[in-house]
Structures are given as structure tokens and as C-alpha cells.
Design a protein around this ligand. Sequence first.
Ligand code: PGA
Length: 252
Amino acid sequence: MRTPVIAGNWKMHNTVDESLKLVRELKPLVAGVGGVEIVVAPVFTALDAVSAEINDSNIALSSQNVFWEEKGAYTGEIAPGMLKDVGCTYAIIGHSERRQYFNETDETVNKRVKAALKAGLTPIMCVGETLEEREGGKTIEVVSRQVKGGLAGLGSAEIDKMIIAYEPVWAIGTGKTATPEQAEEVHADIRRLVGQIAGAGTAAGIRILYGGSVKPDNVDVLMSQSDIDGALVGGAALQADSFARIVKFETK
Ligand code: PGA
């Protein structure tokens, strides 16, 4: 049985006060909800304050990125151990916005994943094709390259600890969700690929989240697909009530 994960990626939104307000609204709405890992990923500057606020709750903390070195002359970067230090247990890695705007590549994703695992953070490694790639029939090719590249050099014991998020770029922030069938097809392919890389046991256990315009009104049908084990939520995670409804998804 794979425990579902619902993660809110707040992206570059919310000051410390706004972050605290959001999480204070969220806490009572999801209190007592079990059987699902609930994760929020605030901006770096709000991690410490949010961490203290969720300390006694069923909400866990993620960063939106992580650097691969432990310390040193890397102006502007944040090390895995520093994220652990403020209470992060997850790290989003390789989000398409990082790939698109900040030159993230499969190689740098792989370095971040390895460093996060070494520090005891659970990587949420993001993959996904652009609209052009989908329309060119390249979805599986692109996603396979990203998965293989991101997992390069890792053994099954390490991959067992990871989460993969499939986020078609054309569905992020656009209001266009992949249909449940489109998402399921790619999720099943990712799981097969993980099986080839790391064996059947790892493939059966790994959580594969869907991301891209997940909302209260489409989460149930997405979560009803057999290979969709959770959601990485952007816009709808910025409102406590909509995120709480997503956390309380119902499968058919
Ligand atoms: P969205 O973002 O839900 O606003 O589409 C998802 C993501 O980028 O993780």
C-alpha cells in the first residue's frame, strides 16, 4: 500500500506573516486527517517560522529547491543540512520552472537528489514534458530521459526513499489539467521504467504524484487512477480551504 502524498508548492508567494496565516488556517482544516502525508513548501525565508507553527501538527515541511554541496563559497545557495536544520523533511527538486528559468538539467537534478538523500531529505523529483514535446509525440521519451537522468547512479535502497512528481509543463498554472487517462498513462510508464532501473519492489512502492492545475474539483478523479499516488499542488495550495479539500480527496 502506497501512502498518498499531497504537497503544496507555494512557489514565490507569501511573506513570513502571510505564510503563517495560511498554515494557521490550514492546520485545523486537516487536523485528524490520517493516511496521507501532507506537505507544504513555503519560500526559504518562511521555512523556519512555518516549521515552528506545524511542529505539533500532521503537516510536514519541504523546500522548493536544494543545493548539492554541504557548505562553502556558493553565494546564494542553501545546503541540504541547512534545510534539515529548520525542519524540512522533503525537498522539491527539478521543478519545471527551475528547468525553464534557472538552467536546471537532468545532471544538476541528479546531484541535488543525491545530496538530499544523503542528508535524509525525501526528494520530490519533478519531471514533465512541454506542450511542443507532447504534440511532437515525445512525452515518454522526454519523461524517460528525465527519470533516468535524475536517478542515475542511485541504488534501489535510495530510490525507495524518493517521490517522483509528473507535471506536464503545459498543465502548470494554465488551468489545463491532463485528463486522468493522460496522466495515468505516463504514471504507469514511469513506474515501469523505475522497475527496469531498480526492480519490481521499488516500482511497486514508489509514490508518483501528479501536478498541474490540481484543484478540488479534479483531485478525486485523478486520485482514483491506480498509478497516481498524490498531488503536487501550486495555485490551489495558496488557499487553505481548497488545499484542505485536496488533502481530503475521495477515490472511487
Ligand atoms: P499549479 O502548479 O497547480 O498551479 O498548476 C503545480 C506545480 O507547479 O507544482
